[in-house]
Design a protein around this ligand. Structure first.
Ligand SMILES: Nc1ncnc2c1ncn2[C@@H]1O[C@H](COP(=O)(O)OP(=O)(O)O)[C@@H](O)[C@H]1O
Ligand SMILES: [Mg+2]
Length: 252
């Protein structure tokens, strides 16, 4: 069922209101399996709101939305079971636990295994899967470091490892490179680019760094004041005069 090219998320004329402020104004968009889909647009364009709507955190005010076979009345937990995972603009990890333990707990939770008083260790499958994920995101060297003292980029990669623990079909990453150094950004680009080939995880990523977008994305959707200005492959979007006028022009 997970053939590349199938539709993982479909939004039709989605509107979202926050007490009088329309953050999304008729967004129509399709996320296709196997393609890195980037969501770009200036601050306040509605990117994080769109993520919240897709992940079931926000109810839409109007319009229809289907994510991994679940319709409008889906709950976040239901979507996680259907194969959705997300990272946050500010990475959410357990700060006092080590990198290793954060990933271990995420893997155990995804597999509904818990270490309890009479069995204080996780199974070999769980510890092995956690070790693989830590290696996959390149955090092997600092696996014993408490998550709370990680550099921003490492923390984001830890969060990605934790998100991958549930073997998601669709991963939402909200500005994963925000605040990263050039080197951290490059590492994250390499990691995100491998998520479908290595893990069969399709990525919808919001991103402010245009170099990252054009290096990574198969498809780009430009949001502007809650509406889709343009959607298409990176070349098409880069050449679109409305995008240049509204957004890319600002980048210099
Ligand atoms: N929880 C909220 N309550 C009220 N207004 C919000 C809330 N979250 C976002 N907004 C407003 O919705 C619009 C879109 O915000 P957001 O989705 O965060 O944009 P982006 O992620 O593209 O910067 C902005 O005008 C923002 O002020
Ligand atoms: Mg945002």
């Amino acid at each position: 069922m997970s053939a590349s090219g199938s539709v993982l998320a479909e939004l039709v004329e989605v509107w979202k209101e926050y007490s009088g402020n329309w953050a999304l104004q008729g967004v129509t968009m399709t996320v296709t399996e196997g393609r890195v889909h980037a969501l770009i647009g200036p601050n306040g364009a509605g990117k994080s709101t769109l993520f919240g709507v897709i992940s079931g955190e926000h109810r839409v005010s109007r319009g229809s939305i289907e994510v991994l076979g679940s319709g409008a009345h889906r709950r976040p937990a239901q979507l996680v079971r259907a194969g959705l995972a997300r990272g946050f603009q500010v990475a959410r990890v357990f700060p006092t636990m080590t990198v290793h333990d954060n990933v271990l707990v995420a893997v155990a939770a995804a597999r509904r295994e818990s270490a309890v008083v009479w069995r204080p260790r996780y199974s070999r499958q769980v510890t092995g899967a956690a070790a693989d994920l830590i290696d996959a995101v390149g955090l092997g060297r600092i696996r014993a470091t408490p998550a709370g003292i990680l550099a921003q980029g490492d923390r984001k990669r830890l969060e990605i490892a934790m998100a991958l623990a549930s073997q998601p079909r669709l991963l939402l990453l909200d500005e994963p490179t925000a605040g990263m150094s050039q080197e951290e950004t490059d590492q994250t680009v390499a990691l995100v680019g491998r998520l479908y080939p290595d893990h069969h995880t399709t990525v919808l990523i919001s991103e402010h760094d245009m170099r990252v977008v054009f290096a990574l994305a198969d498809e780009v959707t430009v949001l502007h004041q809650g509406t889709v200005l343009c959607t298409g492959d990176p070349q098409t979007v880069r050449a679109d005069s409305r995008v240049i006028a509204a957004y890319l022009g600002e980048e210099g």
